[in-house]
Design a protein around this ligand. Sequence first.
Ligand code: SAM
Length: 236
Amino acid sequence: MINLYIVATPIGNLEDITLRALRILKEVDFILCEDTRVTKKLLEKYEIKTPTISYHSFSGKIKTAKILELLEEGKNLALVSDAGTPTISDPGFQLVAEIREKFKDKVQILPIPGASALISALSVSALPADNFTFYGFLPHKKGKKTIINEILESKRTSVFYESPHRVLKTLKMLQELSVEKESNSKDLVGQSKKIVIARELTKMFEQVISGTVDEVLEYFEDNPDKVRGEFVVVVS
Ligand code: SAM
């Protein structure tokens, strides 16, 4: 049986990888990675010599055809991304879809579970995690307001990824729209919501900040040096 493994890698701390993931990365014929330089750091730490092939969101049809050819030749492959679980707001889903469509059950597509920033953030958020909506990265412009309104109205926990360049703007939009909502409603839908920001999880400057949207926004405005790194936003 030919195998394509979808292997989760650390989101910061290189020790956050499973024994099975390390064995699979050693055993496969090739590792498909987003940025070969990022993956090489992980491979070097664990003395894994498996050759890598770059595969990212801009990889075109030729690259995909080459990967399909490798599977046809009977090669076992592992797909990794720069951090966390591949295909979760990361490249790979189209490749996985094409492989499933072309090879049906001739290629087994197997998950090798491990870290994911959204699950890690939820696990420390102290917010209900039995029923939540994950939005990935919010749109930059068109549609952002609609999604933020949806998040503010939702009875479920909402989770999304945010970049340091946009986090303040997004918090301000959350604040503005929640004020708007409260003035139009008898219910406390907006400002009563709790926001949790999980920053740089598993890394040196790891931090979890929580409070109302006003409190969290004030914290970042007072501490501009903390508007750095990688963020997951969780909204109650
Ligand atoms: N596939 C990855 C996963 O399973 O978590 C997510 C990839 S997505 C391109 C990268 C985003 O995930 C970052 O912009 C940030 O929002 C979030 N992220 C990744 N690592 C993180 C970390 N250590 N702490 C907080 N957020 C992180």
